[in-house]
Design a protein around this ligand. Structure first.
Ligand SMILES: [Ca+2]
Length: 296
């Protein structure tokens, strides 16, 4: 079997102060496995940081990993750009049209680029193999009182998220509840330091302050580490065996004035179900991440 064709839509911020490192970790993981994943392109989106800063970090990821063969396509600068033409909005339909039924789109940021590609006509959802999304919360979300459950990607562009949840294609949603079953701790960081490769050391330097912040920030519901959100979604492509309890049902964003990224069942969409794994072998997933990085 050949390598799986994928496109990664992402808002990397790895290394910017007080910003999540997960997109950069997910990119390093996938780019480490060229015999398993043919990365046809990386499209960038605002989210963790501005579009310009996210695009800069995407360039940094391909340069540090030595994968400058991978092309980068800037997309939406905000949720107000839903429907606007961008490099990403042209690239996404083009690449699935050129490889009908073969391309997995892995969406790791707000869904503005994906929804915009879908607005361009039925061909995108017809031709894409599947869309795997990190986003949405079923129960616990981010754990902030009053706003809970809150999930950043779906909250950032609720309209785009709901369009994708209604898309006529195979959809997998990796929720924040699921991601919280993995916790990246000092132990994983120490493993990276010990690898001594350029990529592992690059990641370790950027993970260290984020790990410290998570360890000492008192309001977070998880203790002793950080949740590697986008790494969980990326690992789903390689190790679906680590995911279980998958529910197949129609789903939509919870309606209301404040749409926080919470999900609810929608029977009217049962003919277009979404796959939602509910259980994760978190420790094995982190071990798989480390084994991929150790290839550098
Ligand atoms: Ca992200």
């Amino acid at each position: 079997m050949g390598a799986e064709k994928i496109v990664v839509d992402t808002d990397p911020a790895t290394g910017y102060s007080l910003r999540d490192v997960d997109d950069g970790l997910a990119l390093a993981y996938l780019l480490a496995l060229p015999d398993e994943f043919e990365v046809l392109g990386i499209s960038t989106v605002y989210g963790n940081v501005s579009l310009a800063r996210a695009t800069t970090k995407a360039w940094e990821a391909v340069r540090v990993t030595g994968r400058t063969d991978v092309r980068i396509f800037p997309g939406a600068w905000s949720r107000h750009a839903l429907g606007d033409v961008s490099s990403a909005s042209m690239f996404l339909p083009d690449v699935v049209a050129a490889n009908p039924g073969e391309v997995t789109v892995l969406a790791l940021g707000p869904l503005t680029n994906i929804a915009t590609a879908g607005l361009g006509g039925r061909a995108f959802y017809r031709d894409v193999k599947r869309v795997v999304v990190m986003g949405g919360a079923v129960e616990e979300g981010f754990g902030i009182p009053l706003l809970s459950p809150l999930e950043f990607n779906f909250f950032s562009d609720a309209a785009a998220a709901d369009l994708v949840l209604d898309a006529p294609c195979e959809k997998v949603v990796i929720t924040s509840d699921l991601c919280r079953q993995a916790l990246f701790t000092r132990r994983e960081l120490d493993s990276l330091w010990l690898m001594r490769s350029r990529v592992a050391t690059y990641l370790a330097y950027r993970i260290r302050p984020w790990l410290k912040l998570n360890q000492f920030f008192p309001l977070l519901p998880w203790k002793g580490g950080f949740v590697p959100w986008d790494v969980v979604a990326a690992a789903y492509l390689r190790r679906p065996d680590l995911f279980s309890g998958t529910e197949e049902k129609g789903i939509r964003l919870k309606q209301g004035v404040l749409r926080t990224g919470a999900l609810e069942p929608d029977a009217s969409r049962d003919s277009r179900p979404t796959s939602i794994p509910t259980r994760l072998e978190g420790q094995q997933l982190l071990a798989d991440f480390l084994s991929a990085i150790s290839r550098y």
